[in-house]
Design a protein around this ligand. Sequence first.
Ligand SMILES: [Zn+2]
Length: 75
Amino acid sequence: MASDSDRSQRELSQFHACIHCGSVFRRDEFDGTAVATGIYPCTKCGHDGPLNIVIRDVDAAATGTNDPGPSGSAG
Ligand SMILES: [Zn+2]
């Protein structure tokens, strides 16, 4: 007997994470201009630069997870 593999459809959306404050914004939020130029200005801190592109689940984004951030180890 062959059991049908239950595949859960997950919609992965593209998000942009600011390298300054670390805020995550949806690509849809940005205007077409930003997409064309490739520069996504942060609406939180105002950092104008290429935000890191991260792929996250739509559900996960809704909750809004706050990452602790990279902790620098004393060297
Ligand atoms: Zn920012």
